[in-house]
Structure formats: C-alpha cells, structure tokens
Design a protein. Structure first.
Length: 444
C-alpha cells in the first residue's frame, strides 16, 4: 500500500515524500480513508506509530478541497492537546505536512503572552492547535469564533476526556457547532472513556490497530526493585554502569523532579527538568536542548508523558511509577518510536507494588525484575503478575524477642513491604470520567 492508493492529493504526497514517509503505518492506512470520507473516528494505536499524520494529513486534504475560505478570527479545524509542548510539536508536524498547500496553521497555549496570539488569529487560521485553557480565553475575549469549525480532533483523547480537563472540555463543547466531524486519537482508551466517547461521536468508526492498551512492542521493559531512599543512588549507579547517553526520567511530583535534578547537577551530570511550575519558555528550552542532545538527562513529571516525539530516544526511566497505569504506556512510548527499539526501566519500591500490579494488569504482562547487586531492597517488593495479584510471601516465623524493640522493627519492615494484600483494592488502571452534556446531535 502507498499513500497514493489512499487517495491523497499530489501536494500532500510530495510533502510526505520529502519527509521520507514511504508507506502508511497501519493506523494511517485505516484512518486516512475514513477521515477523507467524513467519518467520526475513535482510533487507538500504539505510541509512536504515526497517529499525527493519521489525522492531520486527511484533514489538510479536506480543508483544501472542501468548505469556504476561513473567515476573520475563525478556525476551520481544531486540534486539542493536553500539554503545551505537545501542541507545539503537533503544530510543527501539521505545518510540515501542509508545506505545499495554501492553508494556514497556528498553535495557541498558555504560559505565554496572549496578545501575539490574538493578532495572529485576526485573519483566521485553517488549522488551530490548542490547549483547552488558552482556547477558552481567546474565545471569551472574542479573538476566536468557532462557528466555521468543520472538524474537531482530540489528540491523546483519553487524557482530554478525563476529569482533569472535564470542565474546560464541557465549555469548549458549548462553543462548537453541532454539525461537525470529530476525531479521537490515543494509544490508550479505558472502557469508561470508550463509553463517553461513543456518546460524543456520530456513527463513529472504531479503529484499533493493536491489542488494547499495550506498550509498543519495540520497547524492552524491566523493573529494578529498590528501597525508596536509595533510588537516586541506584539511578546514578545504573547510569554510569550502562553509560547512558540520553535518558528521559519520570518522577511523580514537581518537588521530586527538582530534587533529582539538583542531585544530578551536584554530581556534575548534565541534567535539566520540566514540570508545570516552570515558566513555559524554560520548559520548552529544556525539551529542545534535550531533543538536540545538549542535555543528557531530562527529568519530568507526566507533563512529558504524552505524545512527545524525541527522535531515537533510547531509554526511559520511571524513577517513580505513575499513579495512573495508562500513563506508564504513554511514558515508555517516548522511546521505541517509528519502528526503532528502546528500553524502559522502572525503579520500584515496596510502596509502589499496587501501581506495578495495575500496570501489569493493564498491559497484560508480568514485567521482568532485575535485582541490582548492592541495591537489594530491605523492604521487599511483593511478587506481582498480570492477573493483578500481589503475592504475599508467607511470613517467616517470628524470632523470640530478645529485647522489646528489635523484633518489632524487623516485622515492621517486612509488613511494610507486604502490607498490600490482594484483598486491598488495588489502584484502578483508569481515571474517573466526566459526563458531558453534549446536547442532541444534528444529523450530518
Ligand atoms: P507520531 O506517532 O505521530 O508522533 O509519529 C511518530 C514518528 O513516526 C514521528 O517521528 C513521525 O515523523 C514518524 N512517522 C509517522 N508516519 C510515518 C510514516 N508513514 N513513515 C515513516 N515515519 C513516519
């Protein structure tokens, strides 16, 4: 199969050739004809398998061949993304695909001045890429009208539809014309989100090019059990032992990111961090410097988990496991992209056993464990498997107490790591979802 057989017009074929795209990826092969036919879509495909072109390329064709010229302060297609960095990246890809077309594209997001964005929107843009908060601001300040909108795309759709964005999304939905094409793309869709998505779409086509919720099979994954307090030390040890060159590291909290970056920099390691508390310009600069290999270690919160395309990134390290199991798939999907191989290592302490179990259940695999010599944890990480079981080893018989404190402390440690039993509710590998009042949909 070629892009030409999918019915793409010559300027798009030329752009794809310039970019070195020879054959459509599976998600592109299915999505392109469906989008061209005007269908609503829910498309699930593994990380790094070309989803952006899967929606952007046919969208550009539709906008070229159909619909009126864009009016002032209007957009004809809207692509919503969960993070500013992803909005910037998607916009860059759209601009590349549109290089031979008479269409305009632009990205708007928060954390930077709104005035230049308002100026830019005056003439209208064909494709607007946006994060939800800034889009709403622009709309409320009358810098943007959405009555001309033909197509709405939710990139990382499950993230866009979960609770974190529910209010903003509900507001945006009220601003949109009822008659439109809606496209949802993500690597993961929980059952709740599927249900919700089903209500939002008009006679949707579901595209699923890989088994549900699996990480890209080009990523080799393993786990190193370790005590929480020794994670930083283990990271530095593994980094030196493995001569790691470029690593994206995920930590759970903003403080965790800062603490690890400080520690690494204190050791003379070329590290930087990104999280939501940093100014946007600093965030983008750190990411750009990491992409161009000027920074060796980038430590990030889940703000960097979704969609970012870092060419040939060899390694992702989960310094902490994510609280939501789906985020594990997205995090490790920053490596092993576009058919390349990659590696994902998770440093797991006893406290995180429930998260490990939820990840294994969601991805239907038991992650291989490697014990690192001299870092064997005092607090054992209980065994887990893909069934969601956390296996508690039988307790060793208690030694008779010689003094009041010692025995108790030992037991305390053991119980600490084994505290999580199958009877305890494990972390659900899904987020809660909002209910949208999308109103009655008119027939297209
Ligand atoms: P995405 O999943 O959209 O972020 O794409 C992942 C990577 O694959 C990006 O670097 C794209 O430029 C690249 N890519 C997308 N589609 C193709 C294709 N058909 N052939 C070769 N590379 C592609």
């Amino acid at each position: 199969m070629t892009f030409a057989t999918l019915g793409l017009i010559e300027p798009l074929l030329r752009a794809l050739e310039t970019l070195g795209y020879q054959t459509p990826t599976p998600v592109q092969a299915q999505a392109i004809p469906a989008v061209l036919a005007g269908r609503d879509l829910m498309a699930a495909a593994q990380t790094g398998t070309g989803k952006t072109a899967g929606f952007a390329v046919p969208l550009l064709q539709l906008l070229t061949l159909e619909g009126p010229k864009v009016a002032a302060n209007s957009a004809r297609a809207l692509i919503l993304c969960p993070t500013r960095e992803l909005a910037e990246q998607v916009h860059a890809s759209v601009a590349e695909y549109a290089q031979n077309l008479p269409l305009t594209t632009y990205a708007v997001y928060g954390g930077v001045s709104i005035n230049p964005q308002m100026m830019k929107l005056r003439k209208g843009v064909d494709i607007l890429v946006a994060t939800p908060g800034r889009l709403i601001d622009l709309f409320r300040q009358n810098a943007l009208k959405l009555n001309q909108l033909q197509t709405l795309v939710l990139d990382e759709a499950d993230r866009m539809l979960d609770l974190g964005f529910s209010e903003e999304l509900a507001n945006i939905y009220r601003m949109l014309p009822k008659k439109r094409q809606t496209l949802l793309f993500s690597a993961t869709f929980s059952d709740e989100i599927r249900l919700l998505a089903g209500q939002m779409l008009n006679d949707p086509l579901t595209i699923e090019v890989s088994p549900r919720n699996v990480a890209a099979n080009t990523v080799k994954q393993w786990v190193v059990p370790v005590d929480k307090k020794r994670k930083a030390e283990l990271f530095v040890h593994l980094m030196r032992k493995g001569r790691w060159k470029q690593v994206l590291v995920f930590a759970k909290t903003r403080n965790g990111v800062d603490a690890l970056v400080d520690k690494l920099q204190g050791l003379g390691i070329n590290a930087d961090g990104i999280h939501g508390d940093k100014p946007q310009a600093t965030r983008q600069r750190a990411l750009d410097r990491f992409k161009s290999s000027d920074v060796q270690i980038l430590v990030a919160t889940d703000v960097a988990a979704r969609g970012l395309d870092i060419e040939d990134l060899p390694l992702v390290v989960n310094f902490d496991l994510p609280i939501v199991a789906e985020d594990y798939i997205h995090r490790i999907g920053r490596t092993g992209r576009a058919g390349n191989t990659g590696e994902a290592i998770s440093l797991v302490c006893a406290d995180e056993v429930n998260m490990l179990s939820a990840i294994e259940m969601l991805t239907r695999q038991t992650l291989t464990r490697h014990m690192e010599q001299d870092f064997e944890p005092e607090h054992r990480v209980p065994d887990t498997d893909a069934s969601g079981q956390v296996v508690k080893k039988p307790k060793k018989p208690k030694k008779p107490k010689s003094s009041g404190g010692g025995g108790k402390r030992n037991l305390g440690k053991w119980v600490d790591s084994g505290e999580v039993t199958p009877a305890e509710p494990s972390i659900k590998p899904v987020r809660k979802v909002p209910v949208f009042n999308t109103g009655p949909r008119k027939k297209k």
